[in-house]
Design a protein around this ligand. Structure first.
Ligand code: AMP
Ligand code: ZN
Length: 472
C-alpha cells in the first residue's frame, strides 16, 4: 500500500497515516446544520472530505465515514417557529436539499448520517458520565456545563492558552455557553423561545448542546478512539476542542489520531458565511448556468489547506478547462474507433499515474496531481499531432483518466466518448485525414462532401477532426 501523508492539525506536522486497524479507516466529518441551504463555502469542506475519502479508497482502504446532521439548535428552532412548522418538518426539507446538492457535486455518500434528534439518549448518557466523573455541573439556569478548568489539556488542538482565557478574556464558546466563562453547555435548559422543542432529562426539560452531538455519535459509530476527524478550520475552536475535552474526559482514551482541517472559501478576502451575507448556495450558481462538476472542479483545484477566493471568473475558467478535456477525450475516442498503429502510450501513462498518486498521497497535494494530468495531456497532444498514437494508446490514456477520476470525479470520459459513428463514415474520415496529410486538398474536399451527403458534419479543430451527425 502506498505511504500516505497527512498534515495533522494536532501536531502541525505532516505525518504518515497509519490506521488503527489495518486496511480500515474510521472517518468523522462534521456535517451541516439543516436550517437553510448549505452554501458553497460549506461545500468546499464537504468536497475536500470527499477527495480524502476517495483517496483512501483509491489506495485500498475500506472507509467507514460518519457525518452528523445537526437538526436541533437555536437556528433550527427559530426557523421552525417562524415558519410555523414542527422542528422535524422544518429540518426535513433542508436534509433533502443537502442530499440533492451533494449528489450534484458528485460527493459520495457517507456510510451513516446520524441525526442529532435521534441520538438524544446517547448524549444524555455521555453527559451523565461526565457529571459522575466531575467534569460537568448543573448551573442555576438548569443547564449543564462542562468545566474547562477540570480538563488538564484543554486547548491542546487549537493551542489556545486557557490560563489567560479563564483568567479574564470573555469567549463565546458556542451559542449556548455562559458568556462569562469558557465553560460550554452540554445540556441547555428549555426556555420559552424553544416552543415545543425539548426532551426530558435528569436535569429537567431541555436539549443537548452542539458539541456533545459529535462526541456521542462518533463514539457510537466509530468507537472511543478513531482514525480521522475533519472539518473546516473554523470548527477547530471551540467545536473540536470541546469534542476532545468531552470524549477524552468521559472515555479516558485518546479521541482522534489525525485531525484534518480545510481552509475557507473566501469572497473578496472574507470567509463566505451566512452571517456576512456574502454567500452563494449551490442552487444560486446552478441558476446562473454553472454545472455541478464545474463548481466541484473549482472547489477541489486549490489545495485544501490554502484559502480560495471565489469569483465568477474562476468558475467560468473551471468550466472552460473541463470543456477542453471533453474535446480531448473525444479526439482520443475517435482514435480508438480506428485501427491505428503506433505508440501504446504506456510510458507516459505510467509516468503520469505515478506522479498523480505521489501528489495525492502527499497530504492530498492537488497541484502536483493536476500537474501530472497536464503532463499527460501535453505528451498525448504531441503524439496526436505527429499522428504517432495507436488506437490502443488512445484507449490506455482514456483509461488512465478514468483512474484519475475515481478521485476527482470531474471528467466525463464516458459521456464525451459515447458517440457511435458508422463504419462507413469512419473509413471516409480516415481516408480524408490521409489525404490531408498528403496535402491532397482536392481529394480531402471531395471526401468532406461525401461525408456531408451521408448526413455527417466534419469540423477540423486544432485537436483533430470532430464529427457530428447533421440534425435534419
Ligand atoms: P456549519 O454548518 O457552519 O457548521 O459548517 C459546516 C462545515 O462547513 C464545517 O466543516 C465548516 O467548518 C465548513 N465551512 C463553513 N464555512 C466555510 C467556508 N467559507 N469555507 C470552507 N468551509 C466552511
Ligand atoms: Zn462536529
Amino acid at each position: 500500500m502506498k505511504k500516505i501523508l497527512f498534515f495533522n492539525t494536532f501536531s502541525r506536522r505532516e505525518e504518515e497515516f497509519v490506521p488503527l486497524k489495518e486496511g480500515h479507516v474510521g472517518l468523522y466529518t462534521c456535517g451541516p446544520t439543516v436550517y437553510n441551504f448549505a452554501h458553497i463555502g460549506n461545500f468546499r469542506a464537504y468536497v475536500f472530505e470527499d477527495i480524502l475519502r476517495r483517496t483512501l479508497k483509491y489506495f485500498g482502504y475500506k472507509v467507514f465515514q460518519v457525518m452528523n446532521l445537526t437538526d436541533v439548535d437555536d437556528k433550527t428552532i427559530r426557523g421552525a417557529i417562524s415558519s410555523n412548522l414542527k422542528l422535524n418538518e422544518f429540518t426535513e426539507q433542508f436534509k433533502k436539499a443537502f442530499f440533492e446538492d451533494i449528489e450534484i457535486l458528485r460527493i459520495e455518500r457517507a456510510e451513516v448520517y446520524p441525526a442529532a434528534t435521534e441520538h438524544i439518549n446517547e448524549m444524555i448518557e455521555l453527559i451523565k458520565t461526565l457529571e459522575k466523573k466531575g467534569f460537568a455541573y448543573k448551573a442555576d439556569d438548569n443547564s449543564v456545563y462542562f468545566s474547562v478548568a477540570k480538563f488538564a489539556n484543554y486547548g491542546k488542538l487549537s493551542k489556545i492558552d486557557m490560563q489567560n482565557q479563564i483568567a479574564g478574556v470573555r469567549i463565546k464558546a458556542d451559542e449556548y455557553s455562559k458568556e462569562n466563562t469558557a465553560d460550554f453547555a452540554l445540556w441547555k435548559a428549555w426556555d420559552e423561545n424553544d416552543g415545543d422543542v425539548y426532551w426530558d432529562s435528569p436535569w429537567g426539560k431541555g436539549r443537548p448542546g452542539w458539541h456533545i452531538e459529535c462526541s456521542a455519535m462518533s463514539m457510537k459509530y466509530l468507537g472511543k478512539t478513531f482514525d480521522i476527524h475533519t472539518g473546516g478550520i473554523d470548527n477547530m475552536f471551540p467545536h473540536h476542542e470541546d469534542e476532545i475535552a468531552q470524549s477524552e474526559a468521559a472515555n479516558e482514551a485518546k479521541f482522534v489520531n489525525y485531525w484534518l482541517h480545510c481552509e475557507h472559501l473566501l469572497v473578496n478576502g472574507q470567509k463566505m458565511s451566512k452571517s456576512m451575507n456574502n454567500f452563494y448556495t449551490l442552487r444560486d450558481l446552478l441558476g446562473k448556468g454553472f454545472s455541478g462538476r464545474q463548481i466541484r472542479f473549482l472547489l477541489l483545484s486549490t489545495h485544501y489547506r490554502k484559502k480560495l477566493n471565489f469569483t465568477m471568473e474562476i468558475c467560468d475558467k473551471a468550466g472552460q478547462t473541463l470543456e477542453n478535456f471533453d474535446n480531448f477525450f473525444r479526439r482520443l475516442a475517435f482514435l480508438t474507433k480506428q485501427n491505428s498503429s503506433g505508440d501504446d502510450a504506456k510510458k507516459i501513462t505510467n509516468e503520469a499515474l505515478d506522479k498523480f498518486e505521489t501528489g495525492i498521497a502527499k497530504d492530498l497535494n492537488i497541484s502536483e496531481s493536476m500537474a501530472a494530468i497536464h503532463f499527460l495531456t501535453r505528451e498525448t497532444n504531441k503524439l496526436l499531432d505527429a499522428a504517432m498514437l495507436s488506437s490502443k494508446g488512445a484507449q490506455n490514456i482514456l483509461d488512465t483518466f478514468r483512474k484519475f477520476d475515481s478521485i476527482l470525479a470531474v471528467f466525463d470520459v464516458d459521456n464525451a466518448t459515447s458517440f457511435e459513428i458508422p463504419d462507413q463514415i469512419m473509413k471516409l474520415v480516415e481516408e480524408r485525414q490521409n489525404a490531408r496529410k498528403d496535402k491532397n486538398y482536392e481529394l480531402s474536399d471531395i471526401l468532406r462532401e461525401k461525408i456531408n451527403s451521408l448526413g455527417w458534419l466534419i469540423e477540423d479543430t486544432p485537436q483533430g477532426p470532430r464529427i457530428k451527425e447533421k440534425k435534419s
